[in-house]
Write a protein that binds this ligand. Sequence first.
Ligand code: COA
Ligand code: ZN
Length: 313
Amino acid sequence: MKQRIYFNEVVTRDGFQMEPEFVPTDTKIQLIDDLSQCGYAKIEVTSFTSAKAIPMLRDAEEVMGRIQRAPSVEYTVLVPNVRGAERAMEVKPDEFNLVMSTSETHNLSNLRMPRENSFAALNEVIRQFGHQVPINVSLSACFGCPMEGDVSLEEVLQWSQRFADLGVRGLTICDTTGMAQPDQVAQMCEVLQKRFPSLQLTLHFHNTRGMGLANVLAAVRSGIDRFDGSLGGLGGCPYAPGASGNICSEDAIHMLDAMGYETGIDLPQLLGIARHLPGIVQHAVPGQVAKSGCTFDLHPIPAYIHDLKKDFA
Ligand code: COA
Ligand code: ZN
């Protein structure tokens, strides 16, 4: 048996936040309850952001308050500021996932303030709530910004260090618009693991340019064991131009399963849920394994091949 890989399902947060049609609250809750039975290590349920900025997640309190929590799953929520943290605290998540961007332009576009202001706001969240709830920080645009271009490894290390110094439990390194390539991912992962051996490191890829699973593999091979993924490959930041879906959870899990990694996920059960997703969002979704079936789902052998086998016996 190879290494254990831990998955965080983000479909009801990153996955839904850019969808044009509101997904009803009851549907979100049912989906999370179903996903809770599949073996995920973590589920990112929703975000406590401004309802004007992310109208899809305006029901955050109700969703977080009504889901049935499975004891083996950690339920995390995205928090951008103290206001969001106060709202989230009311429904007692297992983790806060704070967010800011390593790109100044993307931070201004997404969070409407310079990075230093975001850092100060998140620092305040950690000061007020860090003793009550574990803190993860998602750093956006770590592999490039769609408006600024390259984001240097140094820049990512610097922001990571500042949060590490505040005592956070983990960091999620996000490729917000699918700009990462596997060699860059391997280098980033090696440097981060060396520099922050005691932090939980999670990689968050989008498949915007078809490099998502190659990037997962590069990260796994350099020792990373935590990934964000979105059911069906839905997702994207509404404030990052050209954003599109996350890596598809079930496709990534299928690949790692096939390679002998232990993901803890019941893949057939997950695929059953994934097949309902187009009905929920009312359009086709990018994920492939839910359409094609697993490599171990064999097709029946056509009758004429039995005849040919006899002829050539
Ligand atoms: N939850 C609910 N409402 C919030 C809020 C929160 N966490 N933070 C601010 N608000 C409200 C304010 O009360 C204010 O409401 P009003 O217009 O009715 O008075 C409004 O939002 C603007 O507040 P302000 O402090 O000026 O915030 P802003 O306009 O600078 O926006 C963010 C800052 C971070 C709240 C906002 O940009 C946001 O929520 N962005 C979402 C980012 C995101 O989730 N992106 C995708 C994931 S990476
Ligand atoms: Zn994302």
